[in-house]
Design a protein around this ligand. Structure first.
Ligand code: PEP
Ligand code: MG
Length: 568
């Protein structure tokens, strides 16, 4: 943990843990964008179009060449970025601008702006892709002008890279021996910067806000990718000791092997969050004991027509296949809000996060739900999954006992084990009435926090509220766990909270049965649990619940863990 007792502290969202101390260096500036106004003569427009086509091809080819030498998510992202340069819609929009007489540079800006507006309107995951759009715009403009490609600076020695936002192409090309940490003003936990930083395992903080632009290149900074803190003027000896401890901890995590249990043998199932066959396969190569959240809607973000039962069953079986002998929890479509699924034809709403999303869509369109459940049941049956490899299904955004009962009946008619997500606070408050209808529940702490704190989970300004350490959220989780124990209904956690090793100690103290997170986060959680006994977890849970705020809760739990470690 970064010692924040001295020095100036900036705060962002920590997306890859680890402490590093090095010089800050800002990414090279982006090309200045042309203004509207200039008009080119009709006879040179064809030539202007050819200039653009050549520049776009060079940029796309360069990205593709880089994708061939990269691997995993980095390769995928580079390929996808090259695909954006070749996107027919974007290129048509540029061509239209040129036909109307805009110089190619300005036509690129105008076309990109149009797409940025569309992406921002879609919100959520799609809105986070605007970084990629701006990146291809800047690369093509630099190429048109014969300027060097914008991006990573040449550096000597280790540095922490600062940027307003990092393009996927820059992040994927990082030499992690030199760039030992990343900090961005913008971006979000699901942005490409975060995804690739996770793959590269470089400590990373996003959404740190405009104020970090006051940090000059060359300034020594201490970053903590778990806490999201950036400290200036840290005591050098102290900072280096923290870095060493962090690197040792990383080694302990790398060595950790499951199944997860506390030092006195209390078991907690560690499961993976996945979105398709590929992520499920990746999870199977980790210590994950199964899948705790398969976000099915992410398979269909660009599907304009509902896939048939057979097509859906095929997609689901790719996920199930990776865990032929373990539990898999499939979540039915959580369409709406930040995850628009075109074929569900959602209404335009003023407040989509509070609107018709998740299970609510299926109340109006039952066929959407029954066909999806048929597909899950078909995939499970075709693969011969049974008692040893149970297929659990849960609905997102359940708010009432009536909804839980309705959903559970549909599942049981198809031989599926029925659960609900606890992400609407009403469900935690009404757990005594809702749980009797269900076989299990899984707490979605991302939305539970958003709704309990009345704070948009995508808002960087409200990150201090959308923090699952908020005691109000912890109390809702505790209520759910208590009721689960009373009724013998398993309670899991599948929001980002499950990926926070320190919070995992508290959740274990509450008595959760499973923790499900991105598979890359599981070893850190398992290694942390192995260092504490159940009594310490319970004490940690007690002090966190009794805290006044999120920061106090974290500090109190850290103090408990330090005291427990000192007494060993
Ligand atoms: C959650 O809300 O915590 C959750 C796991 O669902 P999602 O993040 O997909 O909304
Ligand atoms: Mg949710």
């Amino acid at each position: 943990m970064a010692d924040v007792s001295h020095g100036t502290v900036f705060k962002g969202a920590g997306v890859v843990g680890g402490i590093r101390y090095a010089r800050a260096v800002w990414i090279s500036s982006r090309p200045e964008l042309p203004e509207a106004g200039a008009v080119i003569a009709e006879e040179v427009r064809e030539h202007e179009q050819a200039r653009f086509d050549t520049a776009a091809e060079i940029v796309a080819d360069r990205l593709l060449a880089r994708s061939e030498v990269a691997s995993g998510a980095a390769a995928e992202v580079l390929k996808a970025t090259a695909g954006m340069v070749n996107d027919r819609g974007w290129r048509k929009a540029v061509a239209k601008g040129v036909r109307q007489g805009h110089p190619a540079e300005y036509a690129v800006v105008a076309a990109t702006d149009k797409f940025i507006v569309m992406f921002e309107k879609a919100g959520g995951i799609i809105a986070e892709r605007t970084t990629d759009l701006r990146d291809i715009r800047d690369r093509v403009i630099a190429e048109l002008r014969g300027e060097p490609e914008p991006g990573l600076p040449d550096v000597e020695g280790q540095v922490i890279l600062f940027a307003d936002d990092l393009s996927p192409a820059d992040t994927a090309a990082l030499d992690t021996d030199l760039f030992v940490g990343l900090v961005t003003e913008l971006g979000g936990p699901t942005s490409h910067t975060a995804i690739i930083a996770r793959q590269l395992n470089v400590p990373c903080i996003v959404a740190a806000g405009r104020t970090i632009s006051t940090i000059e290149s060359g300034t020594k900074v201490l970053i903590d990718g778990s806490l999201g803190t950036i400290v200036l003027d840290a005591d050098e000896a102290d900072a280096l000791a923290q870095v060493e401890e962090s690197i040792e901890q990383a080694a302990r995590i790398a060595e950790w092997r499951g199944p997860a249990q506390t030092s006195d043998g209390h078991r907690v199932q560690l499961l993976a969050n996945v979105q398709d066959g590929a992520t499920s396969q990746t999870a199977a190569d980790t210590e994950a004991e199964g899948i705790g959240l398969f976000r099915t809607e992410l398979c269909f973000l660009s599907a304009t027509e509902e896939p048939s039962v057979e097509e859906q069953a095929h997609i689901y079986s790719q996920v199930l296949e990776a865990f032929p002998e373990s539990k898999v929890v499939v979540r039915t479509l959580d369409a709406g809000s930040d995850k628009p699924v075109p074929f569900t034809s959602m209404p335009d709403e003023m407040n989509p996060a509070l609107g018709v999303r998740g299970l609510r869509i299926a109340r109006e369109n039952t066929g959407l739900m029954t066909r999806q459940l048929d597909a899950v049941a078909k995939a499970a049956t075709d693969l011969g999954r049974g008692y040893e490899a149970p297929t659990w299904v849960m609905a997102p955004m359940v708010a009432t006992a009536d909804e839980a009962k309705w959903f559970a009946e549909l599942c049981r008619e198809r031989g599926l084990i029925a659960g609900a997500m606890v992400e609407v606070p009403a469900v935690a408050l009404m757990a005594d009435k809702i749980m009797p209808h269900l076989d299990f529940v899984s707490i979605g702490t991302n939305d539970l926090t958003q709704y309990a704190m009345a704070a948009d989970r995508m808002s960087p300004e409200l990150a201090y509220l959308t923090d699952p350490w908020q005691p109000a959220v912890l109390r809702l989780i505790k209520m759910t766990c208590d009721e689960g124990q009373r009724q013998d209904v398993p309670v899991g956690i599948c929001g980002e909270a499950a990926a926070d090793p320190l919070l995992a100690v508290v959740l274990t103290g509450f008595g959760v049965n499973s923790l499900s997170a991105a598979s890359s986060a599981l070893a850190a959680v398992g290694a942390q649990l192995a260092e504490v006994d159940l009594g310490t977890c319970r004490k940690a849970a007690e002090v966190a619940l009794d805290s006044e705020g999120a920061a106090e809760a974290r500090d109190a739990v850290r103090a408990i863990l330090r005291a427990a470690a000192d007494s060993r």
